[in-house]
Design a protein around this ligand. Structure first.
Ligand code: PMP
Length: 460
């Protein structure tokens, strides 16, 4: 029996039923999948789009607010929301209007406009960090900040927490195994030895953190305030405050990646928990789903960055390259959309609704788990909520991973998709957006209730 308490045989029976049901009810997705295999590698535009629970990819026709519609005419309540890219709903009206406004006024020129200035001012007021830069993805924002951190400190090592994900950032593609840093399994085409300049410790382990910082060679700790990519793992009381103290003592910079934890509130965990980072990174929903990311820094960092630029420029006689950039970053379209999103969408009122509904959902999950006598737990972080197949919430990445039951998770997700509900793939995470209703939450709970009832009735 797995840690979930569910027998594999029952999962297999449910999964086979649901796979057939999907194929029967999605002829247009099936046909598009066959066509796609002739033109797209693996039949999808991005290879991991074939890793969802459905037997063929679910092809989307359009999306609006908390809903999307597939090519077979089914509608879905979306609790995945593009894994946070659409955390404020699909095509929020002010962002759609901003897209229309900018459409005929130039999309990219490699020059700033007033929108950029307004975005900087709004971000500074929101997060309390005075200076900002713009990138196109959260991955890029993290990569650029790591460069700055190394330039500022003159150190090479980056420390991350086991089970983290910060985008396709090489330095974070490491895991902890028996107290050692190793490459994350599954990396394709990896040439460099990542363990040379990366160090990884378990989340919530202050002794390991202190030991890892002790040599004095760590440029920065790159972390989410709660792990969100290996199932959710919340920081224990005092952990983040001690992390800040220890990094300061060690001369190590603290980079807080708020890309997912912006679910907590308008200023993310940085504001809610007063984290005082040296750098903050944030991508995905910052421009309402239009590709865009930002990073902010303290005044001291901005000063150090200026010195680093001068130094690099002197060494290169003005003909060098910072190693940071990408031509379309901070383009006019993205800046106009980010402005609309910050001003009109990511508002305290929107969060109030999202947090209220997520709390209702978490309570509903707990009630269901108890009613079906399952030893599972529920973790909440603002608008984000997750059920995990373990009796107590995990304390670190290894514990979260030990609670995985992949076949069960896939079967439940597919069951929900077949009833018009999408939750975040690869674990059991849900997001509530400003357009999600109490009825939507209750629909998810009723479908999950039905799934568990059916699953537990299958003879072992
Ligand atoms: N940081 C965190 C915390 C993330 O979860 C992700 C993506 N899941 C990223 C960064 C990278 O975002 P992107 O793929 O948009 O670059």
């Amino acid at each position: 029996m797995s840690p979930s308490g569910i027998a594999e045989h029952a999962v297999e029976v449910l999964s086979a039923r649901e796979r057939q049901r999907f194929l029967d009810h999605h002829p247009n997705s099936v046909a598009l999948a066959a066509r796609a295999r002739q033109a797209l590698f693996g039949g999808v535009p991005m290879h991991w789009m074939s890793d969802w629970s459905t037997p063929v990819p679910l092809f989307v026709e359009r999306a609006q607010g908390a809903r999307f519609f597939d090519v077979d005419g089914h509608d879905y309540v979306d609790f995945c929301l593009g894994d946070t890219g659409s955390m404020f709903g699909h095509s929020p009206a002010p962002v759609a209007a901003a897209l229309r406004e900018q459409a005929g006024n130039g999309l990219t020129s490699m020059l700033p406009g007033e929108d950029a200035v307004v975005c900087g001012e709004l971000l500074a007021a929101r997060f309390g960090l005075p200076f900002w830069q713009v990138a196109t993805t959260a991955t890029d924002a993290n990569r650029f900040v790591l460069r700055w951190a190394r330039a500022i400190t003159g150190r090479k090592v980056i420390l991350v927490f086991d089970g983290c994900y910060h985008g396709t950032v090489d330095e974070a593609m490491v895991r902890a195994r028996d107290g050692h840093t190793v490459h994350r399994p599954g990396l394709i085409g990896q040439a460099r030895n990542l363990t040379q300049h990366s160090r990884v410790v378990p989340f919530n382990d202050l002794a390991a953190l202190e030991a890892a910082l002790a040599p004095g060679d760590v440029a920065a700790v790159l972390c989410e305030p709660a792990l969100t990519n290996i199932g959710m793992v919340l920081p224990e009381p005092g952990f983040m405050a001690r992390l800040r103290e220890l990094t300061r003592q060690a001369g190590t910079l603290l980079i807080i990646d708020e890309t997912h934890t912006i679910s907590t509130g308008p200023g993310g965990c940085t504001r809610a928990w007063n984290l005082e980072p040296d750098f903050l990174t944030l991508g995905k929903p910052i421009a309402g789903g239009v590709p865009c990311a930002v990073y902010g820094c303290s005044a001291a960092m901005a000063q150090a960055m200026q010195l680093a630029r001068q130094h690099a420029s002197e060494l290169s006689h003005g003909h060098g390259h910072s190693g940071m950039g990408t031509t379309l970053s901070a383009n006019a379209l993205a800046m106009h959309c980010m402005r609309a999103n910050l001003e009109q969408v990511m508002t305290p009122g929107a969060y109030e609704h999202m947090l209220w509904l997520a709390a209702r959902l978490a309570e509903g999950f707990r009630t269901l788990i108890a009613r079906h006598d399952l030893a599972w737990s529920v973790t909440e972080l603002g608008a984000r909520c997750e059920f995990q197949f373990c009796s107590t919430p995990p304390r670190n990445g290894a514990e979260a991973e030990a609670a995985f039951h992949d076949s069960l998770q896939m079967a439940l997700h597919l069951y929900l998709i077949n009833r018009g509900i999408l939750i975040t793939p690869f674990h059991n995470m849900t997001l509530c957006c400003p357009d999600t209703s109490a009825g939507d939450v209750d629909r998810l709970l009723a479908a999950l209730d039905a799934a568990l009832t059916e699953l537990l009735a299958i003879p072992g």
